[in-house]
Design a protein around this ligand. Structure first.
Ligand code: ADP
Ligand code: MG
Length: 605
């Protein structure tokens, strides 16, 4: 509306001026100026009062008022009119990207595990009433502010406070939504209704977390900080020096200085570069690829090494039992204890084992050892479910039992061994092949599983470099070593608590959003909402398109502006050229940035 009215009045003013009605045209110019530029002037004044007045609004206001004062009315209004056009473009573009992120968020609402008389139930966090009892498994994010009523654990508050040292909590302690529970299973009473959903958090993160800025964006911020004061000083010199030394009158020199100011306005960059990233983030989001900020883009493009976790990452994480043995208990009892013991864990193996028994009960206490298994107290007896490492940790002799994937012990004695298998994701093979084609040279699998299982999966997805039997610390150490050996950076793809340290330490951490545990999602830079691995090469392509466009804009805008600035200093440019070099360049750069969004939406492979 403001653009239309402002532009109409502007056109009439020009016509009146041409016809010689100077007073009428002056009034029309002034009204048009107030309509188009009123808000910018106010913001500029407010900026001055806040003492940070060297932004683009200040530059534009000075240029516009200056042009009016030296009698170049049409140019004074044009500056504001086109600035408004540029701003409107920006707003439309940002709104489009926001919408695509929001749309994606709507299909993955926050959930909570409600404890009812019948057992447990997964519900939307928003439907949980104050005072309800909820359960939080290790590795899960607390969905609602609550107070612990049962259980002990540690909490990782790094998503809220940035402090990464875990804090021990127990009965009576309150836990805020957003923190991640590690170690133990806790039951808690909710104190509030669900507030900020993780969708909202990610959206905010994407929009304004200044520490998540990409290299290119930070360059622009740093650039304008020293740039704007420099051009203001230079413009002042340009207005004063030629006049003082008698080269020209003050009106001519001021006019040149004003042109110089208009051209120099950095808004083309300030707007278009973050917008390219926003377009990349928004477009990726519409494909189920969630970036937590622009900072991951350049590392994603340059990375030459990728490490995959196995279970839940290369494989679906949905296990079936291939064989089992029982020792002194019935089959039903084995799986009942097994499911009960695994109650606390969100590991894919635990989730699968829970499905094999209908009448499992909630254990009295439970804790999880990442990469090994779980230990629980059920009906007063200690039950452990996990791999060989866990059994050795508990001092249980396994020599006389067949080597298996999962051992079950009761009161320190093996009562069963279970062999399980899960399927390799259909997208894994293709993803590895396409990653190689976008510049990844080294592909490795880092797994906590046994050699045999890792070999089977790795060879079928075409990876020869494998590391097995790794504890979470081993994975982390291996990753650091590979980081040292890599020139361009290392991506790590994982799904579990055991992967969280590696996800955080890698150059680009990629987590599974579906099967992945909250702690992994929290630690990652990039989340694949659908768990499909072929989204990784797509993400790389989107990132490299984004970076290319951002660089194009930087070169194009700075180049054009420099040229017109030089011309204006020598009196070879008028205000119209200056307005083009500013607004025209901004609009072209913005349109260029908008290509990123449509490109990312189109890209399939
Ligand atoms: P990966 O690195 O392949 O994703 P993890 O590190 O998550 O595997 O787990 C390594 C091994 O630890 C698993 O193969 C399994 O034997 C054992 N394990 C971990 N958590 C559990 C659990 N909750 N129940 C049973 N076994 C577990
Ligand atoms: Mg895993």
């Amino acid at each position: 509306m403001r653009i239309i009215f402002g532009a109409l009045l502007f056109v009439f003013a020009i016509i009146f001026e041409a016809l010689g009605f100077s007073l009428a045209s002056l009034i029309l110019y002034l009204v048009s100026l107030v309509i188009t530029g009123g808000k910018v002037f106010c913001d500029a004044v407010r900026g001055i009062l806040r003492r940070d007045f060297l932004d683009e609004k200040f530059l534009m206001s000075v240029a516009s008022v200056g042009a009016m004062v030296v009698g170049e009315y049409s140019e004074g209004v044009a500056v504001m009119l086109f600035f408004l056009v540029g701003e409107t473009f920006e707003r439309i573009a940002v709104r489009r990207s926001r919408r695509s992120i929001k749309a994606l968020m709507d299909f993955c609402p926050d959930e909570a595990t409600l404890i009812t008389d019948e057992g447990e139930e997964r519900v939307d966090a928003e439907d949980v009433q104050v005072g309800s009892l909820i359960m939080i498994r290790p590795g899960e994010r607390v969905p609602i502010d609550s107070v612990i009523t049962e259980g002990e654990a540690e909490i990782d508050t790094s998503s809220l406070t940035g402090e990464s040292v875990p804090v021990a909590v127990g009965v009576g302690d309150s836990i805020c939504s957003g923190v991640v529970v590690i170690g133990g299973l806790v039951k808690a009473k909710t104190l509030k209704v669900a507030g900020d959903s993780s969708a909202q958090r990610i959206l905010e993160l994407v929009e304004n977390a200044s520490e998540n800025k990409s290299k290119e964006e930070s360059f622009i911020t740093a650039f304008s900080r020293f740039y704007t004061p420099t051009v203001v000083i230079f413009a002042l010199l340009l207005a004063i020096v030629p006049w003082v030394v008698g080269l020209m009158d003050i009106a001519t020199s001021s006019y040149r200085a004003l042109i110089f100011l208009v051209v120099s306005c950095p808004c083309a960059l300030v707007i278009s570069v973050p917008m390219a990233f926003f377009g990349g983030i928004g477009g990726a989001a519409s494909k189920g690829i969630l970036f937590k900020g622009g900072y991951a883009f350049s590392k994603l493009c340059s990375a030459d090494t990728i490490c995959f976790d196995k279970t839940g990452t290369l494989t679906t994480g949905e296990f079936s039992v291939s064989s089992f043995n029982t020792y002194g208990v019935s089959k039903e009892e084995l799986f009942r204890l097994c499911a009960g013991c695994e109650y606390a864990s969100n590991h894919p193996i635990a989730k699968s084992l829970r499905r094999f028994s209908e009448d499992a009960i909630i254990p009295e206490s439970a804790y999880e050892i990442p990469g090994e298994g779980t230990v629980s107290t059920i009906e007063g007896v200690t039950v452990a479910v996990g791999n060989l490492k866990l059994m050795h940790r508990l001092g249980i002799n396994t020599d006389s039992y067949p080597s298996s994937h999962v051992y079950v012990s009761k009161e320190g004695k093996i009562i069963g061994t279970i062999d399980i298998t899960d399927e390799i994701k259909s997208t894994a093979n293709d993803a590895v092949r396409r990653l190689r084609s976008v510049g990844v040279r080294r592909v490795a699998v880092l797994s906590g599983d046994k050699e045999q299982g890792v070999k089977r999966v790795a060879s079928s997805v075409g990876v020869s470099e494998i590391y097995f039997g790794l504890t979470p610390e081993d994975k982390y150490d291996k990753l650091l070593q590979m980081k040292n050996e890599s020139a361009g950076g290392v991506m790590f793809v994982g799904d579990g608590i055991n992967d969280a340290p590696s996800l955080a330490a890698s150059d680009v951490g990629i987590a599974m959003g579906g099967v992945g545990q909250d702690s992994a999602i929290e630690a990652a830079d990039l989340v694949l909402m659908t768990d499909e691995l072929d989204k990784i090469p797509v993400a790389v392509k989107i990132a490299s398109k984004t970076i290319t466009v951002a660089k194009e804009n930087i070169v194009f805008a700075i180049g054009t502006k420099l040229l017109v600035m030089i011309l204006s200093a020598f009196g070879l440019a008028n205000m119209w050229l200056a307005v083009f070099a500013d607004v025209g360049v901004a609009v072209i750069a913005i349109l260029n940035s908008m290509r990123v969004l449509s490109y990312s939406r189109r890209t399939r492979k």
